[in-house]
Design a protein around this ligand. Structure first.
Ligand code: UD1
Ligand code: UDP
Length: 382
């Protein structure tokens, strides 16, 4: 029997990190053959991931512009994908998560009547403006997709509430598969700032912040809180790999540029990032992916947002919502620096998001959908 031609479409750093192990799993399987199309909604941050996972795209739309708008990303992706889908004619298209590339990828495939598989399906906040525009992107993709790869049982239940029950499997999150490839006990950092840190002597806090709904006052509050924390604690170093968005860069530089023990660095290659996370004391972030990675590495997370679509680790007690108020972020972080006991309660490894087998389950689900194997995957259970 012919192999199923599976086109993955992705464009940003987090999609690439979470799709990379799946591309390799599709290539290893006797039932599937991968075709990779990137919109390059991100350029440098995408290429960093492609390099580490040694993926060479078959199609590259190269759409990124400085300070691009949501409309331009969607429009350029949709237009470019139209030609690619016509030429490549895949049996199925896989998109990941909730970015503008994800939405455009699903819509373009729908226009060609090609079935869509949604990786990381069923995450919801039920607030259409937070995260913005991601909450609406993922709901729309949920309507288009034929296969839904939900990371957790809760994600499956979210889909069921929207009457999406056909073609759903609970697979775990592929980010856990990715981490198993990158984290190594003897890893040596290449980044100069990371090489200069003493992880035995100092407490290192990993900071990231980039969300569009945090642009403005929230991002400034986050930076002010970090500046105050860095003044208060002489043994704490804050490492902040700054997202390349011009707004984020300008804000980080303005509020944190002169702070001692705050290291504003270039975006890290994903293996550097995962190994930094494995060695740090605490993570403070508004990122989605970090909320999934840190728990499996036993690192507490303060989420710099008002809500999260990833409540599983909050319930397990290793992730806490700190919000976007300067005083509250400062207070919650002080609690974890001052009380070893409070820290230890949060610093436990839990794996609500995956067991490293998500890609295998997704490939099996696809093979089953196309009649290549008799059974779908068994569900992921933490
Ligand atoms: C996008 C996603 C968001 C995801 C985030 C991950 C949408 C609407 N948003 O947001 O869901 O969490 O990626 O990081 O899809 N830039 C560069 N080089 C790069 C990457 C970005 O210069 O390699 C700059 C460009 O000026 C670009 C800007 O960052 O215009 C913003 O990028 P964009 O993809 O529009 O938004 P993100 O905030 O990255
Ligand atoms: N990441 C990285 N280098 C960095 C910052 C983040 O490799 O300098 C990784 C991180 O480990 C996670 C992903 O990028 O896997 C998160 O991406 P981002 O925060 O851009 O987006 P989100 O997860 O919020 O959509």
């Amino acid at each position: 029997m012919e192999k199923v031609k599976v086109m993955t479409i992705f464009g940003t750093r987090p999609e690439a990190i979470k799709m990379a192990p799946l591309v390799h799993a599709l290539a290893r399987s006797e039932y599937t053959e991968p075709v990779v199309c990137v919109t390059a909604q991100h350029r440098e941050m995408l290429d960093q991931v492609l390099d580490i996972f040694q993926i060479r795209p078959d199609y590259d739309l190269d759409i990124m512009e400085q300070s691009q708008t949501l409309a331009t990303i969607t429009e350029k992706s949709l237009h470019g994908l139209d030609g690619v889908l016509k030429e490549a004619a895949p049996d199925i298209v896989l998109v990941h998560g909730d970015t503008s590339t994800t939405f455009a990828g699903a819509l373009a495939a729908f226009y060609h009547k090609i079935p869509v598989g949604h990786v990381e399906a069923g995450l919801r906040t039920y607030d259409k403006y937070s995260p913005f525009p991601e909450e609406v992107n993922r709901r729309l993709v949920g309507q288009i997709a034929s296969l839904h790869f939900a990371p957790t049982e809760r994600n499956r239940q979210n889909l069921a509430r929207e009457q999406i029950t056909d073609g759903v499997s609970v697979c775990g999150n592929t980010v856990v598969d990715a981490i198993q490839l990158t984290v190594k006990p003897d890893f040596e950092f290449q980044d100069e700032a990371l090489k200069g840190l003493d992880f035995e002597r100092d407490r290192v806090v990993l900071v990231t912040a980039h969300r569009r709904e945090n642009y403005g006052e929230a991002m400034e509050n986050i930076c002010r809180a970090i500046a105050r924390l860095s003044e208060k604690y002489a043994d704490v170093h804050f490492v902040y790999p700054v997202h390349l968005s011009p707004y984020v860069r300008d804000t980080a530089k303005k509020f944190l540029g002169g702070c001692e023990r705050v290291h504003l660095i270039h975006p890290l290659a994903v293996d550097e990032m995962h190994n930094l996370m494995a060695r740090c004391y605490l993570v403070m972030t508004d990122s989605g992916g970090l909320q999934e990675e840190a728990p499996s590495l036993g690192k507490p997370v303060l989420v710099l947002r008002r809500e999260t679509e990833r409540p599983e680790a909050v319930e397990a007690g290793t992730v806490r919502l700190a919000g976007v108020d300067e005083e509250e972020i400062f207070r919650q972080a002080c609690g974890l620096f001052d009380s070893r006991e409070a820290y230890e309660v949060m610093a436990r490894a839990v794996n609500p998001y995956g067991d490293g087998q998500a890609c295998r389950r997704i490939v099996q689900h696809i093979a089953h959908y196309f009649g290549r194997v008799s059974q779908g995957p068994e569900p992921f259970r933490p």
